[in-house]
Design a protein around this ligand. Sequence first.
Ligand code: GSH
Length: 231
Amino acid sequence: MITLTAMKWAPPFAAGQVRDHRVRWILNEVDWSYRVRLVDAPTMKSAGYRHSLQPFGQLPVLEEEGRPPMFESGAIVLDVAMRAGRCIGGEGTPERAAAIQWVIAGLNSIEPFLFNVAEVEYFMDDDAVKDARKPVVRALAKERLAALEKARDGRDWWVGNTFTVADLMFASILKVARGLDLLGDLPALAAWQQEILARPAHVKAETDQRAEIARHSPADMRYDQVPKPPA
Ligand SMILES: N[C@@H](CCC(=O)N[C@@H](CS)C(=O)NCC(=O)O)C(=O)O
């Protein structure tokens, strides 16, 4: 049985976007059953969790009997797709190479630009720094997104003639862009994303995550019990 780690609770801007939704999504696509282990902040930040599951005290983590636990949402998505032989082209084919390439491009060349905008928007307290930084990070993110849309070139599928992990990863990554209102100038990319997100495997993934978050509150995360790092 597969066990996937997810958060008990997440703030409204993150509900539906916490990265375990990517793992739920690919597991649903390939029809592998799994159960979810909900964790709070002290658990995620504990030495035991970092040592045996995720060195950075984050999630998702996929645990499976007979295999070492796996972290990094992109790695898990690729691994599940390759083992299932679904959503990633055939072994050794140009399609598989292209699907891997675009997944890494999403994680390496798009997501960090969106994260910079999210950090300013959601986590920066100093208004003066925020006001100075915001237009810079937004412009850089928009430039990347425009280049991405140019590369898509109107295709329905990122690779070949069917859904692959490349579609999954870009549609997932673009959730952050949509939440930050960065897709307004790119209506075709926004429409493409909505079509991909309408896949039943994703709808179930997001619905399940939101339902678990809705059943909990910030208190359940026990943030106040996370040991402070040394000054
Ligand atoms: N590169 C990692 C990023 C993991 C990550 O940022 N996870 C977030 C949830 S989306 C997390 O655990 N946040 C809680 C924290 O950092 O304390 C991946 O893709 O799995």
